[in-house]
Design a protein around this ligand. Sequence first.
Ligand SMILES: Cc1cc2nc3c(=O)[nH]c(=O)nc-3n(C[C@H](O)[C@H](O)[C@H](O)COP(=O)(O)OP(=O)(O)OC[C@H]3O[C@@H](n4cnc5c(N)ncnc54)[C@H](O)[C@@H]3O)c2cc1C
Length: 480
Amino acid sequence: MGCRVTGRSSEVPPTVRYVDSLGSRREIQGEWLVGADGKTGIVRKHFLEPTAGIRQQAGVYPYEGVWVASNLKLTVPTRQTHPDFLLWKLGYTPDEVPPGKPTATGRFGPHADRTWRHEFRVDDESDGPIYSEELLWEHLMPNITLERDDSRGHEFERPVEYPRDCITIMRCRPFKFVHKCVDRWYDKRTLLIGDAAHVFPPFAGQGVASGVRDAHQLAWRLALLLEGGGDPAHRPGILDSWARERRRSVDDAAMMSKALGTVCNNQPTLWIMAATKVLQFLHSIPSLRRYEPIAIQERSGFRGVDGGFFLRDYNGGARLAQIHIRSSSPSRASLLSDALLQQGGTIFTLLVIGNGDAKQRAWWYSQAKAAIAAAALSPRIVSESSVVIYNPQDAGLPPVSDTASGLNGKSVSTPEVFSPVPTSEINIPLAPGYNSASYLGRFGWSTRFVIARPDLFVFACAKDEDQLVHCLTQLKRLSS
Ligand SMILES: Cc1cc2nc3c(=O)[nH]c(=O)nc-3n(C[C@H](O)[C@H](O)[C@H](O)COP(=O)(O)OP(=O)(O)OC[C@H]3O[C@@H](n4cnc5c(N)ncnc54)[C@H](O)[C@@H]3O)c2cc1C
């Protein structure tokens, strides 16, 4: 918004001074101050380092390296601009001219923009000043020069260079990449997220995603803290669990960067080649992809984190799978299952797992409502509107809602029922091995009720009403 924060006048409540887009000096006060101001931002460096001693320190994967990072914009050569270009003789059209072999390179932005990035490490090669553009061309030329086009089976009579004047350098300069993470994520009411909290080397592209995860897992906790009123210092578990979960996630991302960095930066050893073959094999067979290290990590979520915000004994900490679902409402629009967590407008969602039998479903629904009433949480945290019914069998077009005998023999109408879209009816490309059964698989097969966090993690799974009341009571204890 064109404003620049220049100082902090109070820690609690956090109050910062800033200069607005017109140059006027102003002040703003809030309940919380979230420093999302990058690796050199003012919140960590000037507010938290001096007062709370919070610092970024080497993470699980110590790394330091200088890289030249460039952003390039390509145009295509045409018969008019490059009449002597060799590939015209071989019948290529301008759009078919291959730009070269990728190294640490990739496209970004809309495809039609032809924007590319190209990055390479330089600190091993030179101690003096870094002439980024010269180094870039030196590095780029072999990658944009082809002797053959294997896809067409053409062996060129001489090497074909992608014309240099079709490549515009938008940015090219050295960057120092390190891996670091803060030793504490917050002090009093000031928190750090994104690069202000952690930085990564470039091998796994984890910087943006990690910052989004910080925010996603923080937002509902701040809502909980604001909801409870009173001094958040009396409920340190809410933010401590965030810091513990985030640290695990940052460490996992760093280890992935390390694995990819080892492959990128070294001559392939026998060990690397063997590991690559095993991974390629697992990846080539859809039913085996579940054994890939990233898939295993994804499934286990935060289960291994001590002090996370979930009940480990009730399968809490697992991460929800993402599948295509549709509702029993007449429109039958297809949604991603993440949308189930936004149905009720409450912080947590209570999924009731049906079994295709409408009467049973209505009975479990009435049990869920009774458990919510018994636990008596704030209605903004969990209420009757938090209940979402998921029926793993898509039995054609069910009624919009079920009516059946509930507790006390009273008639109960359930809300709409959601079911997986049959794979044959999904009209967009699916990940190989996609299987909607993985949604239930993350909960354990005998689960009847799932208390889900808004950030796609399970708080607890319950097999029956008694367990559900217990889990909701624990949720109340942890939230207040
Ligand atoms: C060359 C390079 C390549 C990268 N490639 C990738 C990649 O492929 N994938 C990936 O995921 N990540 C990549 N990253 C990392 C990624 O850019 C960062 O992780 C990400 O931008 C961090 O987001 P952020 O919002 O935390 O911080 P930033 O993007 O740094 O944003 C911080 C914002 O805060 C503002 N700000 C700072 N101080 C103040 C102040 N006093 N008052 C008001 N506003 C302020 C800044 O202007 C800025 O807009 C790369 C980084 C570099 C340098």
